[in-house]
Design a protein around this ligand. Structure first.
Ligand SMILES: Cc1cc2nc3c(=O)[nH]c(=O)nc-3n(C[C@H](O)[C@H](O)[C@H](O)COP(=O)(O)OP(=O)(O)OC[C@H]3O[C@@H](n4cnc5c(N)ncnc54)[C@H](O)[C@@H]3O)c2cc1C
Length: 398
């Protein structure tokens, strides 16, 4: 007879493992079904998370490459804004080790991991979900559970197959691990010729090592190769030859993140900051919300979409406004020319807006909505904004 789990989590990334940890800790029988052969495989992600995330989720010291309390922001023509705070604001984690650490925690609570098992279909029945594995997988062919949590990250077709649609908008990313030369601070590069619609970065990890990457509306590999050549010429990295890895980041959430017996969480649901592409913290927060909603539904055995809708209400209450304002800011940035971005750097510097922001309590690595609205409300900046023709109405707030 097939074993019936309480919950099948599809995808053993950070969000899946967090959901599994919480649910297994509540006493449910949980299986995590992951397509990769090993949990510690490299991930196309820079691994920057806030101090708030590290504290909230008690991230192990052992997976942290370094702590960050400063960053250099460079405009298209090379104008520099340096941000520095006394206390570390963020950490750079080893993403592969981070995944393993979160999975170990879930396993410690009793969650089972089944690797090398790409899920190709989820069938929702009256009293259970049936999870079908493509090819040989773990040799089983399928799993059954009372409910499923989909945490398959970017670009999985499973969500669409359940009629929950697609994430509304997205950007593509490319990244490489390189030998760095004397790079000790995070550098962020802006410019439509550098990373159209988004930004690029050079992030030191271990001594002499760094991640160089970008998110972009198009051709991320091409733009990254160009950036790497430029960084070689500037003497910041040793070579432009490193292998590239590719990924994607949603900019808008799914229209609906639940159905009968199913919740969608993390990047698969579009729970990502549109301003930076960071999805780890929001995903972990939503994994906890998902586990709590599922706990109530499992306990009362009422797993209908109507009963699971509370999950979406709660996560949207927490993140909805941030995602909307962040998306708006992202769309606005895309309309700027390189000259306008340069001009904004000048205005920020000459009006000491950067210094004011650094002193403000609401400057946070994770919550950008208030800062975005504050910037729009700033007299000098709003003048520049008004000079730019927007294809959508500008809601003046702040
Ligand atoms: C270039 C780049 C840089 C980034 N940098 C940062 C950063 O610095 N900080 C940050 O917070 N975020 C960053 N992100 C985003 C971050 O990587 C994601 O938000 C985060 O990994 C989301 O975690 P997740 O568990 O939802 O999904 P994932 O980490 O993508 O995990 C999904 C898991 O599901 C598995 N899976 C997929 N489909 C199936 C299937 N059909 N069957 C079984 N298993 C399946 C995958 O193998 C994977 O293990 C970056 C993204 C990119 C592209």
């Amino acid at each position: 007879m097939v074993k019936l789990y309480d919950v099948a989590v599809i995808g053993g990334g950070p969000v899946g493992s967090r959901a599994a940890y919480k649910l297994a800790g509540m006493g449910y029988k949980v299986v995590v079904v992951e397509q990769k052969e090993r949990l510690g495989e490299p991930v196309c992600c820079t691994g920057i998370i806030s101090q708030e995330c590290v504290s909230s989720f008690a991230v192990d010291d052992g997976v942290i490459f370094r702590r960050v309390n400063s960053a250099r922001f460079l405009s298209p023509s090379g104008k520099l804004l340096s941000l520095w705070r006394q206390e570390p604001q963020a950490c750079i984690v080893d993403r592969a080790a981070f995944n393993v650490a979160l999975a170990s925690r879930a396993q410690g609570k009793g969650a089972e991991y089944v690797l090398n098992s790409p899920v190709r279909n989820i069938e929702v029945r009256n009293d259970r979900v049936r999870i079908e594995i493509a090819g040989q997988g773990a040799g089983l062919g399928f799993f059954e559970a009372r409910a499923a949590v989909i945490t398959t990250g970017f670009g999985s077709k499973l969500v669409e197959g359940l009629g929950l649609g697609k994430v509304g908008d997205f950007v593509l990313g490319a990244q490489a691990e390189v030998e760095a030369m004397g790079v000790d601070e995070v550098e962020v590069y802006f410019g439509q010729e550098i990373a159209p619609g988004f930004f690029a970065w050079l992030v030191p990890t271990l001594p002499q090592r760094a991640l160089v990457g970008l998110l972009s509306r198009r051709n991320p590999g091409l733009y990254l190769r160009r950036l790497m050549s430029s960084l070689v010429a500037q003497g910041k990295i040793a070579s432009a030859e490193a292998e590239l890895s590719y990924g994607g980041v949603p900019l808008k959430p799914l229209a609906r993140s639940y159905s009968d017996r199913v919740l969608v969480v993390g990047t698969a649901a579009g729970q990502v900051k549109p301003t930076t592409g960071g999805g780890i913290y929001y995903g972990l927060l939503c994994a906890d919300i998902a586990a709590n909603s599922l706990h109530q539904a499992l306990a009362s055995d009422t797993l209908s979409a109507k009963n699971l809708a509370n999950y979406e209400r709660v996560w949207k209450r927490k993140l909805g406004q941030e995602l909307k304002v962040g998306y708006w800011a992202r769309k606005f940035y895309e309309l700027l020319s390189d000259r306008q971005i340069d001009r904004i750097f000048d205005i920020i510097k000459s009006n000491r807006i950067d210094e004011a922001l650094l002193k403000a309590d609401d400057l946070s690595f994770d919550w950008h909505g208030r800062v975005v609205l504050k910037l729009i409300g700033h007299k000098a900046l709003s003048k520049t904004v008004e000079m730019i023709k927007l294809p959508f109405p500008l809601g003046r707030r702040g």
